[in-house]
Design a protein around this ligand. Structure first.
Ligand code: GLU
Length: 289
């Protein structure tokens, strides 16, 4: 009797567990149903066969892509996203340090499979590369030496500003100055804008990388250093401050070769990690909010 009771209890437990199990499974199924399917296309198979996902990342943007100069180790949210994509593919990950000036060439030449490097999504860039859904939004600001006494966009008039070639920074600053009615913008044309030729209210010097801009600021070759706040953070040393303006939201996306199967694959993963809180977790972990 005792044994039968126990057996009956066991059966009931097993049934309820399996019912619970199938409910959980059903929920999982509904979730995966709403997510587009991860398809292994030919270009993705090449990465799998190679056994390595090659990713272009930054090496001096703390919390995003940062390389420890002693250990050579990379860390940050963008490093983690790259590592998670590689894990999903079942391959290793290899990082290549890129700058705003080199990242697209390396992608176009096939040296890297994707760029995860504070790369702002713009309509113009979308014509040449695919971008995932944004995983982070930053803003542009301007770093100056305190001794310059520049604190606002108005006081930036007539300044020479250092920007990185291949970046959105110069255009963002000019648009912000026009919007703030600091300059008229009569000569501004979004289609033809060229930082090298712009002279109304502000002029630009373009550099290949950010350390060079920081050095130029120290040497008073330029009056200000303009780029995304995330990138500027490491150069905001003693005696330097941001001006009192943040503008031009910069949505960062993973860039991949246009119309490649890998673009769709990466976008599904980014959406999954946006939906399940993974991206929020990274933003919190690296104190990026
Ligand atoms: N995020 C900006 C851009 O994509 C600044 C440049 C950079 O990422 O280095 O143009």
């Amino acid at each position: 009797m005792k044994t039968r009771k126990l057996a009956a209890f066991g059966l009931a437990l097993a049934m309820s567990l399996s019912l619970f199990g199938s409910m959980a499974y059903a929920e999982e199924e509904t979730e995966t149903e709403t997510e587009a399917e991860l398809v292994i296309t030919e270009d993705i198979q090449e990465i799998i066969d190679r056994g390595v996902l090659r990713v272009g990342v930054k090496n001096a943007v703390e919390g995003f892509g940062y390389q420890d100069t002693l250990t050579g180790e990379y860390s940050g949210m963008e490093i983690d996203i790259a590592t998670m994509i590689a894990e999903e593919l079942g391959v290793d990950v290899e990082f290549t340090t890129v700058t705003a000036a080199t990242r697209t060439e390396l992608l176009d030449s096939g040296d890297i499979d994707c760029v995860i490097a504070t790369f702002t999504i713009t309509d113009e860039r979308r014509e040449s590369w695919d971008f995932s859904t944004p995983y982070y939004t930053d803003h542009v600001t301007v770093l100056v030496k305190d001794s310059s006494e520049i604190t606002t966009l108005e006081e930036l008039v007539d300044a020479t500003v250092g920007v990185s070639s291949g970046s959105t920074s110069a255009r963002s600053l000019v648009e912000a100055m026009i919007e703030a009615e600091v300059i008229s913008g009569d000569d501004y044309d979004a289609e033809t804008f060229d930082a090298a030729l712009w002279t109304e209210g502000v002029s630009f010097r373009q550099y290949d990388d950010y350390p060079a801009i920081s050095t130029a600021l120290e040497a008073d070759e330029i009056d200000a250093f303009c780029v995304d706040k995330s990138i500027l953070a490491i150069y905001k040393t003693e005696g330097r401050s941001y001006i009192d303006a943040e503008f031009a939201p910069q949505e960062y996306g993973v860039a991949t070769t246009k119309d490649s199967g890998f673009s769709a694959y990466v976008d599904i993963l980014i959406n999954r990690w946006l939906d399940d809180g993974t991206i929020d977790g990274l933003i919190e972990e690296y104190a990026l909010d």
